[in-house]
Write a protein that binds this ligand. Structure first.
Ligand code: 9MR
Ligand code: ZN
Length: 578
């Protein structure tokens, strides 16, 4: 046995259920028709067998159909010896948005999780001691709060900023889809809960700023904790090295926050803007860019990023949107243009000219030092990327939905064209997969779910711009994938679905003595690219889409992370408005 979760069921469904108003895709792995029955065992429909096709990523032979119009209710699908219960409902996405936001609440650090909010998943206040500055241990600062990043207890500025970015744009674009009451301590305070939860992280990001305006890259111990509860993890924590990428990400998200929170709390809005401006001044005055690498002796997540141009771009877009100062817009334009041709010095009068030069040198140096990282050459900003390393897409959202025509012909017209070209690629990826999964065979990396949700965000945005329903349905298929319509017959979201991940790499889930994992977490998903040797040993030549083990120790596939939850919040909030 190579994989502990091989499924014999030949019908694959969205285990959370289908919307009455949207396509209802299922996948079938048998050369037989499918029958739909109601709860009284009456046959409702028969779906012809259309022929199987070979799915390269999974090695499965499969066919997919849309069940079409079905009234709200519960049904059973049958095919050969397999059966699967499905639900069709009016609002299947609400529970998803809520539990994914609540998942972030469960990551809160520095406070107690009380049973009235956390149910059985309580813990005492954790990581409450002052942290020492790594380079000078005599300097200490109290920097509590924020979310634990993932299965570990580290807290990192860039991943946090990106996660909040997804949530704030979800609110900005789909306020009605961000259902409100998720039962967190702030519930009922007049601010929507998605913003309450995001603010918990923003308050921490504010504390990560040094007096000179720079932001520390991260706040972690020098090693990962064992599988203990967070309050038992009492070894010293450190404020580790300020970085350019962390600073630019913080500037961007704080500038964005300043606009969004203004009507709820003008003081907070002012604080975030002030901090963003201080950060941007530091960036202008300190252009000696060096990609972050862990200092000697630090073993926690690196989140190293060789390119800072996308972070600068996002920051300039948000600063312009918030302050209206033309200089930020011109700089964002120059960055957008220069990214198309980094080899020739088109930087002209760029404010960040020096920083871009340093980035070029650093990229060359890192390509030599770490050839296995496969650092690609920049050929234009990747306007459809929304991950922790490439944030160009967040800048694109600012241009497309906040600035619009005010962004001018380059950052509105050209950027939109670029975005729409890239989203066509996302859709063709969906159409090439027999499971309609937006991953090419080589895309099953550590955190493949980020690739899936990135593409889902991209197609959602394309639909908002064009009204193309193929794009909307492409995005929908990625939600289906995450919830069980996949080669593993497994929901990758804890607590959701009839066959969901049980043993995520998540310290509280492993240490709390409760059998069920903490609910509302998206795991990284199949990964046959950057795997542990023990994983290779177990899975050998298993196809990419099945390269997955639901066991705690396999962080390379089964870890959770805040920035895998948040793009799914964005997409499910959108579908919750339909
Ligand atoms: O999400 C990160 C992924 O893209 C990297 O390939 C991987 C290995 O460096 O690290 C992931 O991030 C982890 C971070 O370094 C530490 N906290 C847990 C994160 C999720 O696995
Ligand atoms: Zn903590």
């Amino acid at each position: 046995m190579s994989n502990t979760i091989d499924s014999l069921n030949t019908i694959r469904i969205n285990q959370n259920g289908y919307s009455v108003r949207l396509p209802k895709y299922i996948a079938v792995l048998e050369e037989k028709p499918v029958y739909l029955y109601d709860t009284n065992d009456n046959l409702i429909s028969e779906y012809q067998y259309p022929g199987l096709s070979y799915d390269e990523a999974s090695g499965d032979n499969v066919y997919m159909i849309d069940l079409g119009d079905i009234p709200v209710g519960k049904y059973t699908l049958k095919c050969g010896g397999s059966s699967a219960g499905i639900t069709v409902s009016d609002k299947p996405f609400e529970v998803l948005v809520n539990s994914l936001i609540k998942g972030l609440y469960y990551q809160r650090c520095g406070c107690e999780l009380e049973s009235r909010h956390a149910g059985i998943f309580t813990h005492k206040a954790c990581h409450t001691a002052p942290a020492a500055v790594w380079e000078d241990r005599s300097q200490k600062k109290l920097v509590t709060g924020g979310w634990h990043d993932a299965g570990d207890y580290g807290k990192y500025v860039s991943p946090g900023a990106v996660t909040v970015g997804h949530m704030l744009y979800a609110y900005l674009l789909f306020a009605d889809g961000c259902s409100d009451d998720v039962n967190i301590p702030e519930t009922g305070n007049g601010t929507p809960d998605i913003l309450n939860e995001a603010r918990y992280e923003l308050e921490w990001i504010l504390k990560m700023q040094r007096e000179d305006g720079a932001f520390y890259h991260k706040l972690t111990k020098d090693h990962f904790a064992p599988f203990i509860m967070p309050e038992d993890d009492t070894d010293p924590e450190y404020l580790i090295a300020p970085s350019h990428c962390a600073t630019a990400d913080a500037v961007a998200v704080l500038a964005l926050a300043s606009r969004i929170y203004k009507k709820f709390d003008p003081d907070f809005s002012y604080r975030t803007l002030k901090s963003a401006l201080m950060g941007s001044e530091w960036l202008v005055a300190n252009q000696n860019f060096k990609p972050y690498i862990n200092p000697e002796g630090v073993m926690t997540g690196p989140y190293g990023d060789v390119n800072v141009i996308d972070e600068l771009f996002w920051a300039c877009c948000e600063l312009f949107a918030t302050t209206g100062k033309k200089a930020y817009l011109s700089e964002a334009e120059r960055l957008f243009i220069n990214a198309k041709d980094m080899d020739n010095d088109t930087t002209g009068n760029c404010i960040f000219k020096e920083m871009l030069k340093k980035q070029k040198t650093a990229a060359e140096e890192f390509r030599k030092r770490f050839p296995h990282w496969n650092i690609p050459k920049i050929s234009g900003l990747n306007t459809t990327e929304f991950g922790w390393a490439d944030v160009s897409g967040l800048g694109a959202l600012c241009c497309l939905f906040c600035l619009k025509e005010n962004a001018g012909p380059i950052l509105y017209g050209d950027l939109k064209k670029d975005f729409l070209e890239r989203s066509e690629k996302a859709l063709s990826c969906v159409n090439e997969s027999r499971y309609r999964t937006a991953l090419a065979v080589e895309d099953y990396v550590w955190g493949s779910m980020l690739n899936v949700m990135n593409k889902a965000m991209t197609m959602t945005v394309d639909y908002l711009l064009t009204g193309n329903e193929d794009m909307r349905n492409g995005a929908l298929s990625q939600i289906d994938y995450a919830l069980g319509l996949n080669a593993l017959d497994l929901s990758f979201v804890t607590g959701i679905g009839t066959r969901s991940v049980q043993n995520p790499h998540h310290r509280p889930s492993g240490a709390d003595g409760i059998k069920a994992p903490v609910p509302g977490f998206v795991v990284g998903g199949p990964n046959n690219k950057w795997t542990y040797p023990e994983t290779k040993e177990r899975l050998k030549n298993t196809p990419a889409a099945k390269y997955y083990i639901d066991e705690t120790q396999f962080a390379d596939m089964n870890e959770v992370a805040i920035y895998w939850n948040s793009p799914m919040i964005f997409v499910t909030a959108f579908f919750n408005t339909i």
